[in-house]
Design a protein around this ligand. Structure first.
Ligand SMILES: Cc1ncc(COP(=O)(O)O)c(C=O)c1O
Length: 399
């Protein structure tokens, strides 16, 4: 499928320029159809009914789990469905039996969803060892290695920063975790669906994913890769229907993973949609998406960087899919509002749920940055339109 085919499947792209894939991506028509087919034809709960539409719904969810697993080279039983990346990270942060005096190594440019759940462990006497990225948002694996000591229980890192687009060497950091025999969690919110994510190569115990970003699945979906060995160690906090083998009046016996972590009725239509979205991404071809992303990120970066009075953040050699920038003298929210009003350009503005990262790059006082983020459906014309409009703004409003 080429870009035009994909654009045909996303009708809203006829009306606007969508440059906010890092927040969430639009859902293509085949994915919507897979979900509406469920609602129209076999809208039943899963794992509970013996009648045929309930069996069909259960089979479709199982299929979706297998597709997701194959996509990241995991086993089906390693995939825990969640409502988003945030829930996936919290299952781990709240599930590990941390002891007072344990510590966690976490970079200072993380999304809040991979920062606050660890900070919150301070209540349990866990130390948070925050390592600094370089000024461009790159984390030197040696800084992680230096931060690890005998108290470290877990290292975490985000593969592609949502604030700056910087890519981290997650495999190298994985080797450090392995050598030091500590747990390792990767936040893959901005890489999945954009590039190959192979959990075997990453050597991570846990990888947290959205379904609604790069994979073009629906909002309300996400998943956690959790290796079997750790799944049985994690405490489960959402207990109820679907999580147990047996219950007596005095005790209960938990189901195996993933079911023990998926209490209650899940977002059935959403996960069927997620399965369809994986098919969709495979149909386009991950390599094709990645090549498009690499080329268009460079063009986006360069076309903004050459405008006087524009500051572009991050190292152009290292970013993927995301370009954060500012216009001197202008508040990022004002810029985003004007871009939308005059040209229908959707970009995100502000702190991007990464306030420590904004402080790190010196953009906090300014109110954060403007962030343009790409996917395969974006065209060169759209990038040019953004750059031209930003150029016009600097002439009217800049310093
Ligand atoms: C790097 C990163 N981690 C975590 C999240 C949270 O994702 P979700 O909204 O799926 O919980 C985001 C969302 O933008 C993100 O970019």
């Amino acid at each position: 499928m080429d870009i035009e085919d994909v654009r045909q499947d996303i009708p809203m792209l006829k009306e606007l320029i969508y440059l906010d894939a890092a927040s969430t991506t639009p859902t293509p028509v085949p994915v919507i159809k897979a979900m509406s087919n469920y609602f129209y034809n076999y809208n039943a709960n899963i794992g509970r009914g013996a009648y045929s539409i309930a069996v069909k719904a259960t089979r479709k969810i199982n299929d979706a789990r297998s597709k997701v697993a194959r996509f990241i080279k995991a086993d089906t039983s390693d995939i825990i469905f969640t409502k988003n990346t945030t829930e996936a990270i919290n299952i781990v942060a709240q599930g590990i039996d941390f002891n007072k005096g344990d510590s966690v190594v976490v970079p200072n440019i993380e999304h809040h969803s991979n920062f606050i759940p660890w900070l919150n462990l301070k209540k349990r006497g866990v130390e948070i060892n925050v390592v600094k990225a370089d000024p461009q948002g790159i984390i030197d694996p040696s800084t992680i290695e230096d931060a690890v000591d005998e108290t470290t229980r877990l290292i975490t890192v985000t593969q592609v920063s949502n604030a700056l687009g910087s890519q981290q060497d997650v495999e190298e950091i994985g080797k450090i975790a392995q050598e030091q025999d500590v747990l390792y969690l990767i936040d893959a919110a901005q890489s999945i669906g954009h590039m190959e994510v192979n959990v075997n190569k990453m050597k991570a115990h846990f990888v947290a994913f959205p379904g609604h970003k790069g994979t073009m699945g629906p909002v309300g979906t996400g998943f956690l890769y959790c290796c079997q060995e750790q799944a049985s160690e994690l405490d489960v906090s959402l207990l109820g229907g679907g999580t147990v083998y047996d219950v007596s009046e005095s005790d209960f016996e938990l189901e195996d993973s993933p079911y023990r972590f998926e209490g209650g009725t899940p977002n059935i239509a959403g996960f069927i949609g997620l399965g369809a979205s994986i098919d969709y991404i495979n149909q386009i071809g991950l390599k094709r998406i990645e090549n498009h992303g690499l080329k268009y990120t460079e063009i986006l970066y360069d076309s903004l960087a050459e405008i006087e009075q524009v500051t572009v953040y991050g190292d152009p050699q290292n970013i993927y899919g995301i370009v954060s920038f500012n216009i001197n003298n202008m508040n990022p929210h004002d810029v985003a509002k004007i871009l939308d009003e005059v040209k229908g350009i959707c970009v995100r503005s502000g702190y991007h749920c990464a306030i420590p990262a904004m402080r790190h790059i010196g953009a906090y006082q300014k109110g954060g940055t403007i962030r343009a983020s790409l996917h395969y459906y974006n065209t060169l014309e759209e990038i040019q339109e953004l750059a031209d409009t930003v150029g016009e703004l600097t002439k009217t409003w800049g310093a």
